[in-house]
Design a protein around this ligand. Sequence first.
Ligand code: PRP
Ligand code: URA
Length: 215
Amino acid sequence: MVQVVTHPLVQSELTLLRRSDISPKSFRESLRRISIFLLYEFLRNAETSEVEIETPLERTGGHVLNGMTFVSILRAGIPVLDVALDMVPHSISGFVGIKRDENTLSPIVYYVNLPPNMGDTVVLDPMVATAGTVMKTMELVKERGGVPKGVISVICSRYAVRILTEKFPSLDIITAAIDEKLNDKGYIVPGLGDCGDRYYGNIKNQILKIKPACR
Ligand code: PRP
Ligand code: URA
């Protein structure tokens, strides 16, 4: 199932993230906020355990979200993972480092750190363009006995949605937008540019474009 979260809070954050004139600080804050909202939607039907607790007045029952496995794709998936671990603290996490070959856009794996006994696994990556990175990650998860259940992204290309739903029909994909185009460098258009570079402030002319006072 593919779900585009149309909630005004999500769409406002997405619009902020797309703007080229926001500061790195605003970009980081917005990416963390939208990650909270996307996770909230993703976890709507997540499993919980019944617990007994004491309020200041009496004993009562409650529900606590069960832990799960989150796999973050480096680098842009890291902020999403931080939010996920805050929200679902009993979870375990794994990391996959993948870059794209500049010419072919095929995924090149440079780092894998996945836990044993992953079980149901949610892949975190804000940008799903050709879907090569996410599909390679799911392959690595499956090789280690994990079951890819979902992908949480900020923007997916139309192409990525088509290929992912064809190959993994039971996967839950949560996203804030499906963008129609990919350019010849594999960037999502209109997209938001290079998410990792913007989050980590790696854009060469960023310091020139953004006045320091404009936080
Ligand atoms: C981006 C993005 C995905 C990948 C998507 O990462 O975060 O991981 O590209 O591309 P695909 O769907 O075509 O495979 P990038 O390679 O820019 O690495 P970074 O997060 O370190 O910047
Ligand atoms: N990675 C990004 O960060 N942005 C894109 O548009 C495509 C891949």
